[in-house]
Design a binder for this molecule. Structure first.
Ligand code: NDP
Length: 452
C-alpha cells in the first residue's frame, strides 16, 4: 500500500533531518528517505571526520611544542593510522545512531533507499512508492570529478576518509576549503604534501592578506604550495600515481586528491517528472521561501543554497518546518555575516567582508591589522605568526569585516560574528575590556589605522 505523508524529506543530512524532526515535533506526519548513512556529508564525509583528523594532525605540532615547556617527548613517536581511522569511524557511528534517535523521537518514518520522483506528489524509493502533500529535496552535493585524462583515478573527500593505509606522499588539486584542510591534515599526519592551485593565490574570496599569510605559514614546515599550476593528467602504476602538471612536471604520490568544488546531487531524482527546474549554476532553483518551480516541493542546503555550509542548511530546514507546520510565516534565515573557518595550521576564522570585497562594494574603509607571534610560541619555539584584521566602514564606524589567521581563530570569530550582527562599531570594540593574556584581546586593542 502506498503511504501518504504531510511532509516527505529526501535526504537525511543536516538540513533534511532538522526539517523532518521539527515538522514531526509540530505534529505533521513525516517521512524521510536516505540511501546512505544518516547525517549526510557533514557527519559522514565532511565536517566531523575532517575536524577529527585535523585534531589528529594538530597533535604532531603540539607534541613538538611541548618540548619547549620541559616535556621530554621522544623523537621516534609514530602514528597508528588504522587506529585513528577506526576511532574516527566509531564516533561517526555514534553520531549516526543519534540521528536515528532524533528521527525516532519525533515520529519521523525512515525509508532506507534513494528516492526519485514519479510525479509531483509521488516518489519511488527503491521500488516502494510514497506520496506527500509537501516534499523537501535536501540531498546535498557530491564532489566534482576532474575531467582530464586519469581524473577518475584521483580520490575525493568521499574516499579519503577511508583510505586504508597512511599516505606518505599526497598531491592535492584545488585551492578552496577542502584542499587547504586536507593539506594540513596529511602534512600533520606525516605525509609530504604538494598542493597545486590554478590561480595566483589560493582561498580566492578570502581576505588576500589572510590567504597570503596562511600560504607563508603552511610553507614554513614544508608543505609544497604551487600556485599558477594545475593538474593535466594522472596515471597509475601499481599503487603509485604520476600527477602531470601544467608546468610540465610529473609528481609521484600514493594519494592524489581532487578538491575542486562540489556539485548538486540531483542526477537520479528525475526532477523533470515533478516539474522542478534548475538555476543556471546547476543547483535547484528556489525562491526566498525555498519553493522550487513546483510550489509544494522545496529545496535547501547544498543542493540549492548559496552558502554550502552545515549551519546554513540546519537553519533553513528548521525555518521551513516552522513555516509549514507551526504557522510561523515571518521567520527568516539571516545570511548576513556568516562566519566560517578553515581548519588549517594555523586555522582561519573569518566573518563579513574582505578588504577587497569591501572596496569592490564601494565602501570607504579603515583597515586595522595586527601581526604577532603568540605568547605560547615564545616557549614552544614554533615559528608561527598570527594575523588579525578589522575592516571598518569609515562613514558609520561599523565593523564590516573581521579576519584572523592564528591559534583558535575559529573559536574566537564566533563571538565577533555576534557583535557584527548586532551592528557593532569600532568604538564598541574599543570600549570592550580585553581578556589578558589572549590573542583574542587584539580585536579590542587595535588602535592604529593602517596607513595605506
Ligand atoms: P571550493 O569552492 O571552496 O574550492 C574549489 C577550489 O577548486 C577552488 O580553489 C577553485 O579554484 C578550484 N577549482 C574549481 N574548479 C577547478 C577545475 N576545473 N580545475 C582546477 N581547479 C578548480 O570547494 P571545496 O571543494 O574546497 O569545498 C566545497 C564546499 O564545501 C565549499 O564551498 C564550502 O562551502 C564547503 N566546505 C566548508 C568547510 C568549512 O566550513 N570549514 C570545509 C570544507 C568544505 P578557483 O578559486 O580558481 O575557482
Amino acid at each position: 500500500m502506498t503511504k501518504h505523508y504531510d511532509y516527505f524529506v529526501i535526504g537525511a543530512g543536516s538540513g533534511g533531518t532538522r526539517s523532518a524532526r521539527i515538522a514531526g515535533s509540530h505534529g505533521a506526519k513525516v517521512g524521510i528517505a536516505e540511501g546512505s548513512d544518516l547525517g549526510g556529508t557533514c557527519v559522514n564525509l565532511g565536517c566531523i571526520p575532517k575536524k577529527l583528523l585535523a585534531y589528529g594532525a594538530d597533535y604532531g605540532f603540539h607534541l613538538d611544542d611541548a618540548r619547549g615547556f620541559g616535556w621530554d617527548i621522544p623523537h621516534d613517536i609514530t602514528l597508528d593510522w588504522k587506529k585513528l581511522i577506526e576511532n574516527k569511524n566509531k564516533e561517526i557511528s555514534r553520531l549516526n545512531g543519534i540521528y536515528q534517535t532524533l528521527l525516532d523521537n519525533t515520529g519521523v518514518e525512515l525509508t532506507n533507499g534513494f528516492a526519485s520522483f514519479e510525479d509531483a506528489n509521488t516518489l519511488s524509493i527503491d521500488g516502494q512508492s510514497v506520496t506527500a502533500d509537501n516534499i523537501l529535496i535536501a540531498v546535498g552535493g557530491t564532489p566534482r570529478r576532474p575531467k582530464f585524462e586519469g581524473g577518475e583515478l584521483m580520490a575525493t573527500s568521499d574516499e579519503v576518509f577511508h583510505w586504508p593505509d597512511q599516505p606518505k606522499n599526497v598531491v592535492i588539486q584545488g585551492g578552496g576549503y577542502i584542499a587547504v584542510e586536507f593539506a594540513h591534515i596529511f602534512h600533520g599526519l606525516g605525509a609530504h604534501v604538494t598542493l597545486l592551485y590554478r590561480g595566483e593565490l589560493f582561498l580566492r574570496g578570502f581576505d588576500r592578506d589572510i590567504s597570503a599569510a596562511l600560504a607563508e605559514e603552511m610553507r614554513k614546515p614544508g608543505i609544497d604550495l604551487r600556485f599558477n599550476t594545475d593538474v593535466t593528467k594522472v596515471e597509475k602504476n601499481g599503487d603509485q600515481y604520476a600527477v602531470h602538471t601544467s608546468t610540465g612536471e610529473t609528481l609521484e604520490c600514493d594519494l592524489p586528491i581532487a578538491a575542486i568544488g562540489r556539485d548538486p546531487n540531483i542526477s537520479s531524482l528525475n526532477l523533470e517528472k515533478a516539474g522542478v527546474e534548475l538555476a543556471p549554476n546547476g543547483q535547484i532553483a528556489i525562491n526566498d521561501q525555498y519553493q522550487t518551480s513546483a510550489p509544494h516541493i522545496y529545496a535547501l542546503g547544498d543542493v540549492a543554497s548559496r552558502a554550502q555550509l552545515t549551519p546554513v542548511a540546519i537553519q533553513e530546514g528548521h525555518l521551513l518546518a516552522d513555516r509549514l507546520f507551526a504557522d510561523m510565516p515571518d521567520r527568516s534565515v539571516s545570511y548576513d555575516n556568516i562566519a566560517t573557518a578553515i581548519f588549517s595550521a594555523p586555522p582561519i576564522g573569518t566573518v563579513g567582508l574582505s578588504e577587497e570585497a569591501a572596496l569592490e562594494a564601494g565602501f570607504e574603509i579603515d583597515v586595522y591589522n595586527s601581526g604577532f607571534q603568540p605568547l605560547k610560541h615564545k616557549l614552544s619555539g614554533r615559528d608561527e605568526k598570527t594575523l588579525m584584521k578589522l575592516i571598518v566602514d569609515t562613514k558609520t564606524d561599523k565593523v564590516i569585516g573581521a579576519h584572523m589567521m592564528g591559534m583558535d581563530a575559529p573559536e574566537i570569530l564566533q563571538g565577533v560574528a555576534i557583535a557584527m550582527n548586532m551592528g557593532a562599531t569600532k568604538a564598541d570594540f574599543d570600549r570592550t575590556m580585553a581578556i589578558h593574556p589572549t590573542s583574542a584581546e587584539e580585536f579590542v586593542l587595535m588602535r592604529t589605522k593602517r596607513s595605506n
